[in-house]
Design a binder for this molecule. Structure first.
Ligand code: 7PM
Length: 274
């Protein structure tokens, strides 16, 4: 199975690691933007050295209760970083739901759009269809500022499944080839701990959609709820969760701790190859 990401063709016969690069001022330095741009670029380069197969650049934290960021502010954060990384050997993904940010990021050299809103914003489909970029379609219930208040599902697997099926169909209807599409159940996006665990346990079911599955579990509060660890103490839990996701069919895992996850997947591949 392959994923077409612009000029890149990602071989998904083995699980791939997407490294997270948050370009939010608080994530790198309390100094000016230039400090955070240089720091974000250096961090991205370190993740590549650690073995990242894709980099996910995000300018707006979508954590529950996160404050919204203006389009211009998001562009000011991410474009200098994408431009600073344009000659790297791995695809760059832009983590945004805003069509204008998608267009600018693709023009600046990004090869994938990671949209927590599954290209539902007006003009988002057009922004991606007009490129050769890959797209990740993620499920969420509600919006970051309120989604964790009281998530409700009659049957979380079938509701997430039918949403993703609908979005894959909508995206293909605009002429985006299946080989450019990835789906994602959206752990932590309008789900209780039980909902998240149900989705993880039954993730093999998403294979019926006929496109690769991406799982984003890294350092999330569901891992904190299970282990009692604070967000910066969740590396072991994140690596374990990534391995569980791969065991249940995930083709891409979106992680903070690239080095450690790459090593864990090397063990997986060695046994699997064996
Ligand atoms: C709650 C906790 C909400 C953590 C969001 C987060 C994903 C993503 C993010 C994901 C894809 C964080 C994340 N999570 N993109 N962006 N899938 N495709 O790491 O699970 O802060 S934000």
């Amino acid at each position: 199975m392959f994923l077409l990401c612009g000029k890149f063709k990602l071989d998904l016969s083995h699980p791939k690691v997407m490294g997270i690069v948050n370009v939010t001022p608080d994530s790198f330095s309390d100094g000016g933007k230039h400090l955070s741009h240089a720091a974000a670029i250096a961090h991205a380069q370190r993740l590549i050295e650690e073995g990242a197969d894709i980099l996910d650049i995000g300018g707006e934290s979508t954590r529950p209760g996160a404050v919204a960021v203006s389009e211009q502010e998001e562009l000011d954060r991410v474009l200098p970083v994408i431009e600073g990384l344009r000659d790297i050997a791995v695809p760059i993904s832009i983590d945004t739901w805003k069509p204008s940010v998608m267009r600018a990021a693709l023009a600046a050299g990004a090869s994938m759009v990671n949209d927590i809103n599954a290209l539902q914003a007006p003009e988002a489909l057009a922004a991606v269809a007009g490129s050769a970029a890959a797209v990740c379609l993620m499920h969420k219930q509600g919006n970051p500022e309120s989604m964790q208040l009281a998530p409700q599902y009659a049957d979380v697997m079938s509701e997430v499944m039918s949403f993703l099926k609908m979005r894959v169909t909508a995206v293909q209807t605009t002429g985006i080839a299946r080989e450019r599409i990835v789906v994602d159940p959206g752990f932590g996006f309008g789900k209780s701990l039980v909902h998240n665990l149900t989705l993880l346990k039954n993730m093999q079911g998403f294979a019926d959609l006929g496109v690769p599955v991406l799982a984003g579990l890294s350092r999330k509060s569901m891992l904190g709820a299970i282990t009692g660890r604070d967000v910066n103490e969740r590396m072991a839990a994140s690596v374990a969760a990534a391995l569980v996701a791969v065991q249940r069919g995930a083709a891409i895992v979106r992680v903070h701790d690239v080095r450690e996850t790459v090593d864990a997947l090397k063990i997986w591949n060695a046994v699997y190859e064996g």
